[in-house]
Design a protein around this ligand. Structure first.
Ligand SMILES: N[C@@H](CCC[C@H](N)C(=O)O)C(=O)O
Length: 270
């Protein structure tokens, strides 16, 4: 039996397995099974906590429900950071991910702030399949056009639209996810800038589908909006599951602050 925690950040939900003693090794089929809401516990991402050498407190591995691995997951980083902070009695921890060490700190009212690292805006780093300006991609799908590409350790394709809520994300998301300009597929964001400066955001996640929130997607959207001259460097982003407070620092790093919650604790019989 493998113990797990079911956690979420704004409804973006995770099965979190503590494998710091290295006793378990999940196959891709098992990752898919655990993530499948029809047969398993079900989650947007399966997160494995692993032991690490060096400065970081732990390594966080991120699997999508289709079995693919991602380099970044903002909401899960807050969840895992909150576990590590409680465990160590600290108000800051360093979480290692495939893209590097992410510094997380306790914020007001139980929220967690994560420095999600540098936003990547060179086409090679997103990555895109050919040289181009990431500020304006030649993609047109119905009323969707001219998106911005941003890398946050995972790829994002951000469309600015009149009304994100009026568009069929379930139909458009998979088409953009598999667009040939993205050799590693992409996460897809539909964003609307509101008159008060906040941003309404809906996300189709690579390898997962429509989710209630996506932390790295919120980071990418703020960066895209600032680069387009549509937003200040600090903004609130409203996802289906709640609000993230975002800031793009002058040094290129993106800060994300938001809530975390544990839904329940259980055991997997694989
Ligand atoms: N939920 C995440 C992103 C998860 C990974 C993504 N689906 C990918 O494949 O890159 C977040 O909060 O950032």
């Amino acid at each position: 039996m493998i113990p797990f925690r079911k956690m979420h950040g704004l409804g973006n939900d995770f099965v979190v397995i503590d494998n710091r003693h290295g006793q378990w090794s999940l196959t891709t089929d098992q990752v898919r099974l655990v993530s499948d809401r029809r047969f398993g516990v079900g989650c947007d991402q399966l997160i494995i906590m692993e032991a690490v050498e060096g400065d970081a407190d732990l390594f966080m591995r991120i699997y999508n429900p289709d079995g693919s691995e991602s380099g970044a997951c903002g909401n899960a980083t807050r969840c895992v950071a909150s576990l590590a902070m409680k465990e160590r009695g600290l108000d800051q921890v360093l979480i290692k991910t495939r893209r590097g060490n992410l510094h997380a700190t306790a914020a007001e009212a139980g929220d967690i702030t994560v420095d999600m690292g540098n936003a990547l805006i060179d086409w090679r780093d997103v990555p895109l399949s050919e040289e181009m300006d990431t500020l304006s991609l030649p993609i047109q799908l119905g009323s969707l056009e001219n998106p911005v590409a941003v890398g946050m350790g995972n790829p994002h394709c951000v469309f600015f639209v009149e009304d994100a809520d009026s568009l069929p994300l379930e139909k458009l998301g998979p088409q953009v996810e598999h667009h040939p300009l993205f050799p590693e597929r992409t996460n897809v964001e539909l964003a609307t800038i509101r008159p008060n400066g906040s941003i309404r955001l809906r996300v189709w996640e690579r390898g997962a589908g429509k989710t209630l929130a996506c932390g790295s997607g919120a980071c990418a959207t703020l960066v895209a909006a600032v680069r387009r001259g549509l937003s200040a460097r600090q903004a609130e982003i409203e996802l289906d599951g709640g609000v993230l407070k975002m800031q793009w620092l002058e040094n290129g790093h993106v800060l994300m602050t938001g809530a975390v919650a544990t839904a329940f604790i259980g055991e997997l019989d694989l």
